[in-house]
Design a protein around this ligand. Structure first.
Ligand code: TXA
Ligand code: MG
Length: 448
């Protein structure tokens, strides 16, 4: 494992994508789109940078991503360098249509060509030398469908394991990442140098979709934070962490979901237990366990969550599940999380928060405590003598997920607290993803 750092020196530009309406020609199959509005310059700007194999900051519905051409080793290397990410931590590859995903399985191995996965928007005029989709891609895709039918299949997306089809129909585009076999054109650097699978995602954010379609390339994109810091949910967060390390950030405001995508594995050997398919959630995220468990088929009733239901020595060694090997999501101030062992009434939780404020101010000597409380309203907390409180209230787990990374950042950087206390939530629905991030950010947990 190595950690490279980027040469700084870019004058990072932030281009707005606020006033823009994007209409896509189909939900899943084709990524073509039409754009209207005052803010469309980012389309040409992002296409240009991505085709020059540089990485850019791009909004998605989960968090901002640091995106670059997934087919080019140097482009991917620049991602690791820009955020000082350990080189063995694999990246998610983002596509904007099922056609693009399928086509990857029909391209030659990396290093031989720089394919151009045409949509009507992926104008070739500023394409670099050699950037062209191989001849006859549509015919190759049709042949694969025919072969599948001849073997008794239904001819739908024959390159993609069947087990994922319903999940794709139900949750793509959206905050779900799936582990697939590695297409030969995806260089090993995307996989962190190990394994034979690639995690793919089809984001729902119209700006991300359009940027991918406009450059005609699949984009490798981790969250656009400096490694180890809370993930960015605004363009300002990206600028704060990575200014000078990338040429462009597309600003489309605050991300809706606020935590990253769910990483689902129903393909690798990890997804088999006792000889039967037993899909696993490697990272809880924007699509909940409860939503996945509703998919058709007995396997989805055997859905397991990594660390809660099983562990694997191999996964612990290779950081294919985030946060297992490296520090994650942490601001500089220590984070303390109250983990409720059972549902308790709001008033009781508030009392426990108050008690912990006392412990932080007393035993730990905190003088400025950031408090994130989960209750729309409530009695104000009492500040211990000589101690100031910066209290933020959120209504429920969904709102906590939406704003937790931004709160961790602002308590740290703007409110300059010396300790952060977050009232945890139950593991149901959005609670699982947000508690996963919080327990990783926390220096230690407070059980109650
Ligand atoms: O919502 C998201 O997923 C955001 C946005 C930008 O799309 N991206 C994101 O990327 O969170 P990142 O790099 O911060 O987290 C990706 C995680 C890796 O840490 C790794 O654990 C997992 O996805 N991953 C990548 N490739 C994998 C693979 N082949 N098998 C299992 N897990 C994989
Ligand atoms: Mg990340």
């Amino acid at each position: 494992m190595t950690i490279a750092t980027a040469a700084t020196g870019f004058a990072t530009r932030v281009v707005p994508a606020h006033d823009v309406q994007l209409a896509f020609s189909s939900q899943l199959d084709d990524g073509s789109f039409e754009a209207q509005g005052a803010d469309t310059q980012w389309i040409a700007d992002s296409r240009k940078e991505l085709r020059l194999n540089r990485c850019i900051g791009l909004p998605t519905e989960t968090v901002y991503g640091l995106a670059a051409n997934a087919l080019d080793e140097d482009a991917v290397r620049s991602i690791y360098a820009a955020k000082s990410r350990p080189s063995d931590n694999p990246l998610i590859v983002h596509v904007s249509s099922m056609r693009m995903l399928r086509a990857l399985y029909h391209l030659p191995a990396s290093g031989t060509t720089r394919p151009f996965l045409g949509t009507a928007n992926a104008a070739p005029e500023d394409a670099g030398a050699g950037l062209a989709e191989p001849e006859g891609m549509d015919a190759r895709l049709r042949e694969a469908e025919d072969r599948d039918r001849a073997q008794g299949g239904d001819g739908v997306w024959p390159e993609i394991p069947r087990v994922y089809h319903e999940a794709i129909r139900r949750f793509w585009p959206g905050p779900l990442t799936i582990v697939l076999p590695r297409p030969p054109c995806i260089p090993m650097i995307v996989l962190g140098g190990h394994g034979d699978t690639v995690a793919f995602r089809f984001p729902a954010h119209p700006v991300a979709r359009a940027a991918i379609s406009a450059c005609g390339l699949p984009l490798a994109a981790p969250s656009a934070n400096a490694s180890g810091r809370p993930s960015p949910t605004t363009a300002a967060h990206v600028l704060h962490d990575l200014r000078g390390r990338l040429p462009l950030i597309v600003d489309a405001g605050t991300c809706d979901v606020g935590v990253e995508s769910t990483v689902l594995d129903a393909f690798s050997p990890n997804s088999r237990a006792g000889g039967q398919l037993s899909p696993c959630i490697l990272r809880p995220g924007g699509v909940t366990l409860e939503q996945l468990a509703l998919l058709e088929g007995a396997a989805w009733r055997r859905l397991r969550v990594y660390r809660r239901d099983f562990v694997s020595a191999e996964l612990e060694l290779n950081p294919t599940t985030p946060g297992m090997k490296y520090r994650h999501y942490a601001p500089s101030a220590p984070v303390h999380v109250l983990v409720p062992q059972a549902a308790r009434p709001d008033a009781e939780m508030a009392q426990l928060v108050q008690q912990q404020i006392g412990v932080l101010a007393g035993e730990r000597g905190a003088r400025r405590i950031g408090v994130v409380a989960v209750a729309a309203a409530g009695r104000p907390f009492d500040a211990p003598p000589g101690c100031a409180l910066c209290v933020h209230r959120v209504a429920d787990a969904r709102e906590l997920a939406h704003c937790i990374f931004a709160l961790l950042r602002s308590l740290d950087e703007t409110e300059h607290v010396d300790a952060i206390l977050v009232q945890g939530v139950g593991e149901a629905n959005e609670g699982m993803a947000v508690m996963n991030r919080l327990t990783k950010a926390a220096s230690f947990h407070v059980l109650c």
